[in-house]
Design a protein around this ligand. Sequence first.
Ligand SMILES: [Zn+2]
Length: 310
Amino acid sequence: MDADANASGARVFAYGTAADEAREGLPACLAGFMRLCADGFAQGWHEANGGNLSYRMTPRDVDDFAPAFLPEGARGPWRPIATRGVTYALPRLAGSHLIVTGSGRFLRNVPTDPSANAGVIQIDPAGAAWRLVWGLVGGGSPSSELVTHLRGYDARLAAGDDCRVVYHAHCPNVVALSTLIRPDARTWTRMLWRSMTECVIVFPEGLGVAPWMVPGSPELADATRDLLRTHRVVVWSLHGIIAVGTSFDEAFGAVHTVEKTAGLYLAARAANGGAEPPRMVTDAQLRAVCDRYALTINEDMLDDGRLATR
Ligand SMILES: [Zn+2]
């Protein structure tokens, strides 16, 4: 991907393929979806078919995209929302349309050939089944983590959050850090909050952390759903990150912040002979930042004794 600036100074993205002309009429949500895939690949987070992305379309997105949808008779069959024999009903998603990356597809190929590497699915009126209405040309299925994504949306919607994006990436510094420290949310949160001041602003609720589990399993989907009720970024130990957002920018920014800070911490610790760096953000400083920006910090992650009676 090549980034350039147009006459107004805004950044534009050229993908350098013969299909550029045809893309001028792309729905904005698909353009945003393609850009996030390109940005994630450029960061080195999507080796082979690693990672996946979904976007829950707004009614306006659906109106924009609908002319490209398959005609009714050509749409895929309804399939239950299920993984490894466990089925789910998610009525909060009833009637929704989502853009999803394809199972086994490479995110690096989404920007150059979106209709082959991603699809749009429609959820049925009961929130219990889905069918393909666009894309995944040549066959194939949505990501093997589709159910994890759908249950993530359900958890966030239940919490009153207008979640639009679920993004899973194989971030190398996060994976490297998870080979060194135990999968404990408090340990992870403090390590990152205290390494870079911006972290507590981006995720004042702290990080969710899941221990190692089989990818695509109901157990991982259960644990992720539970953690996403109260967190927007969840570490999957020895695997990567899954994050949610109300926009592509929010989800990508959260992953980027966590991954960058994991790298900073690793570098600082290595430079300090493998020991905890001596000069890190203090609890009082974390509180000062949250006071300044009117953020509610997760008290359970602090050591400074405000809740010492608990
Ligand atoms: Zn993965």
